[in-house]
Design a protein around this ligand. Structure first.
Ligand SMILES: [Zn+2]
Ligand SMILES: [Zn+2]
Length: 339
């Protein structure tokens, strides 16, 4: 079969590889649709990522498909089933899993390899994070369950709306999804992005007010002063994944406010934070990472009910041979791939 294999930073090759065979408790899924993602672009550029195995490694992690074969011991899944395969699964039994934080499970098993005709799904994912394709849901949208699940996980951690001023930094795919989930809950949602097209798109996700992205501290402080109340947002959700945006997020929070860091910065990244704001304004800063099997299920439910205009995040389809170029040029933009 054909598969995209990452050999090193920037070195993604379309190769002919052996067809996968399921081991005990595993399954092989024929990929119907995979989506490109900013994480794929990061993986390709860096040649390394916490969710990527040692190189050479197959790429692609947002997918839906049809079960082709199951290994010995698999129950509840059979050849011909249309499924959404999440890109990780927790162990389900460690202290973090039992504490309801399975995304922090030290035994989290990751899966890449969606940019291929078939993918071998590890036993942990077969057991805990393969979901039936909801009837009537287009495969292109079902494959978006993974990125939406990340936003669902973060939005859930922000609690219910309570008349807050919420600012989302970044109008990429994650920023749009987060804004969509956070709006309509009784909060007012602002979104900042330097690109007008992304600000327009954010409005379709229910954003109340859009702003240009602050490029430096002065611009961040000006935006802070321009927000209702003039003292910053009650909640700032950062969805950019760059150190400057993390810094701006702290500057943009009101005294006593909260900052949620949703966008991942590269390994070894260092962030220079405004210490004065953290201490004297008692700003709370916390990270939010990845998703859980429950979040994937909730994302699929949202997709099947057409709650958010997710189709508006998908660009034109590309072939496997075009993925490397797409990940280099448009990076975070989503393109469906039908391998
Ligand atoms: Zn992704
Ligand atoms: Zn665990």
């Amino acid at each position: 079969m054909r598969a995209l294999i990452l050999h090193g930073p920037g070195d993604l090759r379309l190769e002919e590889v052996d067809d996968p065979v399921p081991g005990p408790d595993e399954a092989v899924v024929a990929v119907t649709v995979a989506l490109t993602c900013a994480t794929d672009a990061k993986m390709m550029a860096a040649g390394a990522h916490p969710a990527l195995g040692p190189l050479p490694a197959p790429l692609g992690h947002e997918m839906c498909g049809v079960v082709e074969a199951v290994g010995e011991g698999v129950r509840g899944l059979r050849a011909g089933d249309a499924v959404v395969v999440a890109n990780s699964a927790p162990c389900g039994s460690c202290a973090d899993c039992r504490a309801g934080r399975p995304n922090l499970c030290p035994h989290l098993v990751y899966l890449t390899g969606a940019f291929a005709e078939r993918v071998r799904v590890p036993a942990a994912i077969v057991a805990r994070n393969v979901h039936p394709l909801p009837p009537g849901l287009a495969p292109e949208l079902a494959a978006a369950a993974e990125p939406l699940a990340c936003a669902v996980h973060t939005a859930a951690s922000c609690g219910p709306g309570s008349g807050r001023e919420v600012l989302v930094l970044g109008g990429g795919v994650q920023g749009a999804l987060l804004a969509g989930l956070l709006s309509g809950r009784g909060d007012r949602v602002h979104l900042a992005d330097p690109r007008p097209a992304r600000r327009d798109r954010a409005r379709r996700f229910g954003v109340d007010v859009v702003h240009d992205a602050p490029r430096d501290d002065d611009a961040a402080l000006a935006l802070r002063a321009a927000l209702p109340g003039g003292r910053g947002a009650d909640l700032v959700v950062e969805a950019v994944g760059r150190p400057q945006a993390w810094r701006a997020a702290v500057l943009l929070a009101r005294p006593g406010g909260e900052v949620v860091l949703h966008g991942g910065v590269p390994a070894g990244g260092v962030v220079d934070l405004p210490a004065h704001a953290l201490h004297y304004s008692e700003v709370t800063v916390r990270g939010s990472y990845h998703h859980t099997p429950d979040a994937v299920a909730r994302a699929l439910d949202l997709l099947s009910r057409d709650v958010l205009p997710v189709a508006g995040l998908l660009n034109e389809p590309v072939t496997l041979a075009q993925v490397a170029e797409v990940l280099t040029v448009s990076r975070g933009e989503k393109h469906p791939v039908r391998p």
